[in-house]
Ligand binder design. Structure first.
Ligand code: ZN
Length: 258
């Protein structure tokens, strides 16, 4: 399984910055988990192949790249882009984003081949098929309703917690997953902003260390992602001082092969 953290932010010399404003994880160049930077950072291959987008929650940093991604493809699509989300997430996208004011309601539009967007609802706790993958959505602790995912290609699986504060179910299911190859977990704020992290349902390095006590798998690497860009250096320093097992911080744009 190939997993890439799409970069979101560009340095003045045109290279990908280490700052990560938007979240989008692409699996096998075919399925996007969230779409924060999707339209802005995907490769031509990814743009030509990604037709399934799985939404963890509707915060802007996770969906900002969705409207322009569909817009880019609109006239060339021969099959609709499938947007997977809970019924509530789908309603929020239709009400607040694709509402004819912020952006066109693509679900009501067609091109010469037919529909350009199709919504595919999922329910927390019920595994669903998505392209060649099986995806288990697990409710996590964030506002609005948010899901973590266990993504499987039949050989290996990867955990992606999305945005979350302290939670339980996802760690129990990840601990039991025999084919688990990696976990990507958020760590948004440094420890001295623990109050802000709690209010916004995010984690700090110390909070993440507490979370990982519930993860009973010392054989699986953990990657801290979704670090607020203003605090990236501080969060990385604090994580390294905590020396948490097999935990590291990947670079935006990094590609993993599991
Ligand atoms: Zn969020």
């Amino acid at each position: 399984m190939k997993v890439q953290l799409l970069p979101s932010t560009i340095e003045t010399d045109g290279t990908a910055a280490k700052r990560q404003h938007f979240s989008c994880i692409v699996v096998d160049d075919r399925v996007a988990i969230d779409a924060g930077s999707l339209a802005f950072s995907c490769s031509d291959l990814q743009r030509s192949q990604i037709r399934d987008i799985v939404i963890s929650h509707v915060h802007l940093d996770h969906i900002a790249g969705l409207p322009p991604f569909v817009d880019d493809l609109y006239s060339t699509l021969t099959a609709p882009v499938r947007i997977h989300g809970t019924v509530g997430m789908i309603n929020d996208l239709e009400t607040h984003i694709f509402n004819w004011t912020i952006y066109p309601r693509f679900s009501e539009l067609t091109n010469s081949h037919g529909k350009v967007v199709e919504y595919v609802p999922f329910t927390g706790g019920t595994e669903f098929g998505c392209a060649h993958l099986s995806i288990m959505p697990i409710a996590v602790n964030h506002v609005p309703v948010s899901m973590g995912f266990i993504v499987s290609d039949g050989n290996v699986s990867v955990g992606i917690t999305g945005d979350t504060a302290h939670t339980v179910d996802v760690w129990e299911q990840l601990s039991d997953r025999g084919d688990l190859a990696a976990v990507f977990v958020e760590c948004a704020f440094p420890d001295d902003l623990a109050d802000l992290a709690a209010a916004s349902h995010h984690l700090t390095p110390s909070g993440l260390a507490e979370e990982l006590k519930k993860f009973k798998r010392s054989d699986v690497p953990v990657y801290a992602v979704n670090i607020k860009p203003m605090f990236r250096t501080r969060v990385i320093d604090e994580l390294s001082r905590l020396a948490i097992g097999d935990l590291s911080v990947p670079e935006p744009g990094q590609v993993f092969q599991f």
